[in-house]
Every structure is written in structure tokens, then in C-alpha cells.
Write a protein that binds this ligand. Structure first.
Ligand code: F6R
Ligand code: MN
Length: 413
């Protein structure tokens, strides 16, 4: 399909306001009937209109009240919820991968719309500074989800046939609405895994990859899928994945105002991720994996990994580059600095006693395979406190390596 419009549900797709719903129910149930609300009971209410929620909770807590009274309390809950939105809503409620997805769509000129049944939707996106080209008014459609009306209204607004649109939902009723509208359905989470979506993902983190594929971009790298190992029984090989975003390493970049500005705008790009076949930390075993370091820079400084010494200082490591271009920056405790180019097919040995960090100086992801002694351990603190002695910049296409003037102030993790 050629995608021309992306339509999103709000709660559970773009933001997570579950905690506010819980707190609001907790408050009204306590005020009105002295009931201590539980997380377990809250499960009954997920994705359900508030009057129905109230009926379910009345049954669960054996509340004896007239239908009118229940409706009044449900309305009070909504006021409490809106109050929490006004006072407590922040970037924390934006689900991971959403800013990247919206940016990707914007960069490719694909308009976006919001199809939420909630009247609070315009307030939420406005307060969070999320930019959608259109927000369907739920009162403007005759039937709510699972009817397709709200999704069809979004397509109509842009004069597009539903077949050119992609809808994104986490709840079964929402996915039914998208399918009923004849759109391509991207489903998130458990309901989607059970079927009913054209593309199912386990979390919003994967949405940039899904939209990347729909836009015809090269498939996301998933080298970890090829890992296997015959470990001594009873150990079962597991692939551990670590994703590091800017906020996880904000103190590592030299241009701190630029870092703060990005984070304040709600932009928290993924800098790198690594997948590791975690062998038990036994002497004689090897750990191996793949690191994908994305292209980009902050204030001209190239994206890099945090970098570390091994806890067992006298432990070397091999890096073999599969894709992309960059360098391996290393230095030892005596201040000896060495760096090596990384390009497809090159193998680099990070010598024992040297802290090592990958730096991406190119325009595509830099992907390296690594292998090291499984019980080497990692010491992020020693190099994290002082910072590496060299920083790598790309300015006007030229790579420049400079002595570092600043030192990392933040406690490394
Ligand atoms: C393991 C190793 C690599 C890195 C990975 C991420 O010893 O060197 O697996 O762990 O490239 O970099 P850091 O660990 O510096 O965040
Ligand atoms: Mn290492």
C-alpha cells in the first residue's frame, strides 16, 4: 500500500494516562463510599466509557446506589481526572517511540489525525505539544468504536480513500473500527497479538519500524535474530536488549544546552541499542552480540556509546563492523589514547586495559558484532566521571577529533 494518512487512537497508543484514571477513581470511591480502590479492580475499567466503568465497580464493591447517583459519581471521577491532567500531565505520559513516529511521518509529508473517543483528547495533545494535523470530534460521528465512523471521518477530512490510510490502536474495539473502515490496521499489545491487525507489535517502541516499512524504508536491523548457542546445561541462552536514549546519557555530550533543549522539546532519540547473547558470567565463556549505533549528532558531536572499562581491566574485546562507518575510541588509565576506523569488514581489537566507545561518523546506522570474556564485567564509572579525553565532531561533512574541555558531571549508570 502507499500510505497517505496515519490515524491514531490516543490512550494506550500515543499517551498512557492509566495512572490518572486510577487516582481519579481512587479519590471518588474513597470520598463517596469510603472504599479503598485496588489496582486489581482498576483492571475492570480499562478502555471502557466511564458510566459502564462505574456500573462494573459498583458491582465489584457491592455499592448500593441508584443509577442517577452512579452517573453523578462517574462525572465527578471525570472532573478529578481532568484536574489531574491539568496539574500532572507531562512528557512522561508520552509513550516511547511516538515522537520518533510523528517526526518520521512529518519528514515524509504524511499527515496525521487523532481518532479518540475521549473529549479530553484535544486538551492532552495540546498540553503535551504533540502535533496532529486533525483531531476528530467524537460528537461529530453517529456511532462510537467499534463502529468505523470515527476513522472514516478522519479519511474524509483529507479527501482520501480508507485504503490509503493506516490506523493504530491498542484495544480490540478500536482495531475492529479500523478494519471496518477498510484501513490498514496496526495493533499494539496483547489484543493485537491475538489477531485482527495487519501488523501487530508488542509496544509503541516498534512503531517507527512499522511506519518505516510502510514508507518503503530499509527494514529495521534485527541481527540478534541470528543468535544461537549451545551452553552447558541447565543454562538457557537469552538475548538481552538494551536501548539507550539521549535521556539515559544526557551528561555525555559536550553541548549541554543543546541536550537540554532537545529533551525539553520532548525529543528523546534512541542513540544506540545492543543485543547480547548473555552467557553466564563464567570464566572461559564468551559473551557476544550486536550494537547498532544510530547516525546523528548533538551540537556537531557524533552519536556515541557510553563507553566503559571492563571490571576485569585486563580484558580485551573484538569488534567486527557489519555496516556503517565510524570509529572506535579507546584510552587507558595512563591517558594513552588510540582510535581506529570502523567500516564494514574491519575487525578492531580493543586492547586490555583500554576503555572503548563506538562513534558513528556516517549517515547510516553503525552496526558492530562484539565478543568478550563473559565474566569481564563493566565499569562505567571510571571513564564516566572524567569523560573520554577526545570528542568526535562532524562539521560540514568533515570529521574532527578534539581534546575534551568538559567533563561528565552526571553520575554514570
Ligand atoms: C561489551 C561491550 C559492548 C558494549 C555496547 C554498548 O563489553 O563493549 O557490548 O556494551 O556496545 O556500549 P556501552 O556498554 O558502552 O553502553
Ligand atoms: Mn566492552
Amino acid at each position: 500500500m502507499e500510505i497517505q494518512l496515519a490515524v491514531f487512537d490516543l490512550d494506550g497508543v500515543v499517551v498512557n494516562t492509566d495512572e490518572f484514571h486510577f487516582l481519579a477513581w481512587e479519590q471518588v470511591l474513597l470520598d463517596k463510599w469510603g472504599i479503598r480502590h485496588t489496582r486489581q479492580a482498576e483492571e475492570l475499567t480499562k478502555g471502557i466509557p466511564r458510566y459502564t466503568c462505574m456500573e462494573l465497580l459498583a458491582e465489584h464493591y457491592h455499592i448500593d446506589a441508584s443509577p442517577e447517583e452512579l452517573r453523578r459519581v462517574a462525572d465527578e471521577k471525570n472532573l478529578a481526572y481532568q484536574n489531574l491532567l491539568r496539574t500532572r500531565l507531562s512528557d512522561k505520559q508520552i509513550l516511547s517511540g511516538i515522537p520518533e513516529t510523528l517526526r518520521l511521518l512529518r519528514e515524509h509529508g504524511i499527515p496525521t489525525a487523532l481518532a479518540s473517543s475521549s473529549h479530553n483528547a484535544p486538551f492532552i495533545v495540546e498540553k503535551l505539544g504533540l502535533k496532529f494535523d486533525f483531531c476528530v470530534d467524537p460528537d461529530s460521528v453517529a456511532h462510537g468504536k467499534p463502529a468505523p465512523d470515527i476513522y472514516l471521518a478522519a479519511a474524509r477530512r483529507f479527501g482520501l480513500p480508507p485504503e490509503a490510510c493506516v490506523g493504530v490502536e491498542d484495544a480490540a474495539s478500536g482495531m475492529a473500527a479500523i478494519r471496518g473502515a477498510g484501513m490498514f490496521c496496526v495493533g499494539i499489545g496483547v489484543p493485537a497479538m491475538g489477531g485482527g491487525a495487519d501488523a501487530a507489535v508488542s509496544s509503541t517502541d516498534q512503531l517507527p519500524g512499522v511506519f518505516g516499512a510502510l514508507l518503503g524504508l530499509p527494514p529495521a536491523l534485527n541481527w540478534a535474530a541470528g543468535f544461537s548457542a549451545a551452553l552447558a546445561a541447565p543454562a538457557v541462552p537469552t538475548v538481552g536488549t538494551t536501548v539507550r536514549r539521549l535521556s539515559h546519557m544526557a551528561g555525555f555530550f559536550g553541548d549541554q544546552p543543546a541536550v537540554r533543549a532537545l529533551l525539553e522539546r520532548g525529543e528523546d532519540p534512541v542513540i544506540y541499542e545492543f543485543h547480547e547473547l548473555a552467557a553466564p558470567e563464567h570464566p572461559g565463556d564468551l559473551s557476544f552480540g550486536i550494537t547498532t549505533l544510530y547516525p546523528g549528532g548533538i551540537g556537531g558531536e557524533c552519536y556515541m556509546t557510553k563507553g566503559h572499562f571492563h571490571r576485569e581491566l585486563d580484558t580485551g574485546e573484538v569488534y567486527y563492523t557489519l555496516r556503517g562507518s565510524g570509529m572506535m575510541m579507546t584510552e587507558n588509565m595512563d591517558g594513552v589514547v588510540r582510535w581506529f576506523p570502523l567500516s564494514p569488514g574491519s575487525a578492531v581489537y580493543a586492547a586490555k586495559g583500554f576503555a572503548h566507545r563506538m562513534v558513528n561518523t556516517g549517515d547510516e546506522p553503525l552496526v558492530c558484532f562484539f565478543a568478550y570474556r563473559a565474566d569481564a564485567g563493566h565499569d562505567y564509572r571510571t571513564i564516566g566521571i572524567s569523560g573520554f579525553r577526545r570528542r568526535v565532531f562532524r562539521r560540514g561533512g568533515k570529521i574532527e577529533i578534539e581534546a575534551a574541555h568538559t567533563h561528565t558531571k552526571e553520575e554514570p549508570q
